[in-house]
Design a protein around this ligand. Structure first.
Ligand code: PMP
Length: 403
């Protein structure tokens, strides 16, 4: 409606208006039960069926193989920084009970502030295990301290038998994202991973989930994403977990380490259709509505095409601005995210002028993260091509005015 602006916020972010209208109806009366979605028992058959249906929509659209289960959890992406460490260390203990704790290794690929945050949490929870940096993109940056690139494959040093291997596919703050063409220099180097079956490979897809296909999904142990960018409201995370990673954490605790908080253990979720306790009912509901809409539009392939056009258009305008000395990309060519385009505006007060001008045109949520500054244009699924055309037109207008 006319009261809504074009929201390019990095998260929580825009949701499709038609879904919000539908959700408002569901708040009053969920699936003709006469009870609103925030009021109905999560143990009701209607809600149970809805969770199953939502799960099926993800399985279908991402081609999730039968080796993996789909779980919905609370605590956002951050809870998964902890949960992946706790569950996969427990798995490692059960698989290798004779390995001393100090010889267990957790491998982290650092390409931005979110993988770094996950790495810091691993260090807190490692309990004597070694937390290894596979590669640190800052060492390959222009200034020696920025996450502005994807490191060359030759720089990766994976451990031979880690308890987990961690990477973040799309770095929301820095604006770098792995490519998805197998073997490309900007893609994750799957070919360099240790040659072992059932690798404990973990990927954070919080800010790119469902925006395009996930390369080599079946080879991952865990892919997870907080919902609040492409899918729904904050409050749930979606996990795709290979079945060998759902372990009895109590049995593992007898072998070493410490007990895993029950709210972070995967097994109770897997054993109880994601409802060992009350889930985030409303967030799950809206996520389901978004997924249904996605399917009707053509699923992840549809978004891949739309999102490709959107990012090409924005990066195109950015390049023009660079040529005119008005903008400056904050990430190296080839490493730029489809979802979060991050750049600086050159000159005294220019960034402020850019943001104020945008605001006047109803283009909002463009201020970059405080840690990197500049502008961040987030182009999640619900950001339409019409909105994208408007921001691109504004960028061109701004270039004209400033150059
Ligand atoms: N990982 C990534 C890539 C993110 O963008 C975010 C949040 N912006 C998180 C993890 C943390 O998620 P949450 O705020 O849900 O804990």
């Amino acid at each position: 409606s006319s009261t809504r602006v074009a929201n390019f916020g990095a998260g929580p972010s825009a949701l499709p208006e038609s879904v919000l209208v539908e959700a408002a109806q569901g708040l009053l009366n969920f699936n003709n039960t006469g009870i609103g979605i925030a009021e109905i028992s999560h143990r009701s058959k209607e809600f149970g069926a809805y969770v199953k249906e939502t799960e099926a929509l993800i399985r279908e659209q991402l081609d999730v193989p039968s080796t993996h289960v789909i779980l919905f959890t609370q605590g956002g992406g951050t809870a998964q920084f902890s949960a992946v460490v706790l569950n996969l260390l427990a798995r490692h203990r059960l698989l290798h009970p004779d390995v001393p704790e100090a010889e267990r290794v957790l491998d982290y690929v650092l390409t931005g502030s979110w993988s770094k945050a996950a790495y810091e949490e691993a260090k807190r929870l490692a309990h004597g295990a070694t937390v290894n940096v596979v590669v640190d993109a800052r060492e390959h940056s222009a200034d020696g301290k920025s996450f502005d690139n994807l490191p060359p494959h030759s720089a990766y040093k994976f451990s031979p038998d880690p308890a987990l291997i961690y990477y973040c596919e799309n770095e929301t703050v820095s604006g770098t994202q792995f490519g998805f063409e197998d073997g490309a220099p900007n893609s994750f180097p799957f070919h360099l991973l240790p040659d072992k079956p059932l690798l404990p490979l973990v990927a954070d897809y919080s800010s790119s989930f469902m925006s395009r296909p996930i390369p080599r999904l079946a080879e991952h142990a865990i892919v997870y994403a907080g919902a609040q960018k492409n899918l729904g409201p904050a409050g749930i995370a979606i996990l795709i977990v290979r079945k060998d990673c759902i372990v009895d954490v109590n049995a593992a605790a007898k072998l070493g380490g410490y007990p895993v908080p029950i709210s972070l253990a995967y097994k109770p979720y897997a054993d109880n259709d994601s409802m060992p306790n009350t889930p985030a009912v409303l967030a799950l509901y809206i996520t389901g509505l978004v997924l249904k809409r996605n399917k009707s539009l053509g699923g992840v392939r549809y978004y891949e095409e739309v999102n490709r056009r959107k990012k090409e258009s924005v990066y195109g305008a950015l390049k023009e601005g660079e040529e005119k000395g008005v903008f400056q990309a904050k990430v190296r060519e080839g490493a730029g995210s489809w979802m979060n385009v991050v750049f600086g505006v050159i000159g005294e007060g220019a960034e402020k002028r850019f943001l104020e001008g945008a605001e006047k045109k109803g283009l909002k949520g463009l201020k970059g993260h405080r840690s990197v500054g500049g502008i961040r244009v987030s182009l999640y699924n619900a950001v339409s091509e019409e909105w994208t055309d408007r921001i691109v037109a504004y960028m061109r207008e701004f270039i004209e005015e400033e150059s």
